[in-house]
Design a protein around this ligand. Structure first.
Ligand SMILES: [Zn+2]
Length: 260
């Protein structure tokens, strides 16, 4: 029997800068590598966290920073944050602006401020020629409308994608890939599982969103890039391609879109 090549996969969304991972980061990176994870993208969500992310990535070429202002933390963003974002992008080398987007899960009362912040960051992404990592909840149509109005055309990743096939097709026209992670491991996530099986493989990337979204069967435990290989296994069980094919293509997708 032919020996199986070890897979190489990329965690395109994990918050390894959070305190949760401080004590055992090198252990986690080591165990993740044993599971085939070669690269880790660490998205920013608030300006006070950016320097920590950049510091963590310094001297660790497998870690890739992204910097952005998350819609959920609207109240904590400061007037000077966008200028600081642009300044840091020019001095450091983030792979993307993110995570940014719109989140109306808790209602739409701050619609205008969320939209303004999102559009401003899309403008920066267009100006700096960087892709974006999108966080979108109950707001895909509004995000797509903002993309249509903007000059931004670099694409990126819709993280934890939970939209419809029609919305997916619109995102693809803008050059977006779809991040699939721990949610796939839940049988009850039927709509997300179905779409993950139907979308073209060249539009999919893997992610854990660690420490969030614990895997089914690991509830109560924080998520970690160590488990990305389990997400790969679930995706392979839902699709027609083999684990090896999915690993290879999603890795190519992530490298292409983020220029890793
Ligand atoms: Zn995240």
């Amino acid at each position: 029997m032919e020996k199986m090549e070890p897979v190489e996969i990329i965690d395109t969304h994990c918050h390894l800068d959070l305190e949760h991972f401080h004590d055992d980061l090198d252990g986690i990176l080591g165990r993740s590598r044993e599971g085939g994870v070669t690269d880790f993208v660490i998205p920013g969500f608030i300006a006070s966290g950016w320097h920590g992310i950049l510091k963590l990535c310094t001297g660790r070429p497998c870690l890739h920073p992204a910097l952005g202002l998350h819609p959920i933390y609207l109240d904590r963003h400061q007037p000077g944050d966008l200028a600081e974002l642009q300044h840091l992008i020019r001095r450091q080398t983030p792979v993307a602006i993110g995570e940014i987007g719109l989140d109306f899960q808790g209602g739409m009362e701050n619609y205008n401020s969320q939209l303004k912040l999102f559009q401003q960051q899309l403008d920066i992404a267009a100006e700096e020629d960087l892709p974006v990592l999108l966080h979108v909840r109950k707001a895909h149509d509004q995000v797509l409308a903002a993309l249509r109005r903007s000059h931004f055309s670099k694409g990126g990743i819709v993280h934890a994608f939970n939209g419809s096939r029609q919305q997916a097709d619109c995102y693809m026209e803008f050059g977006f890939k779809f991040g699939y992670g721990g949610t796939l491991t839940y049988d009850r996530a039927r709509r997300i599982r179905k779409l993950s099986a139907e979308l073209p493989l060249d539009s999919i990337v893997l992610e854990t969103d660690a420490p969030d979204i614990p895997l089914a069967g690991r509830r109560g435990y924080a998520n970690s890039p160590e488990y990305l290989v389990e997400i790969l296994g679930v995706l392979a069980s839902l699709r027609s391609e083999s684990e090896e094919e999915i690993a290879a293509q999603t890795t190519i997708n992530a490298r292409n879109i983020l220029d890793l």
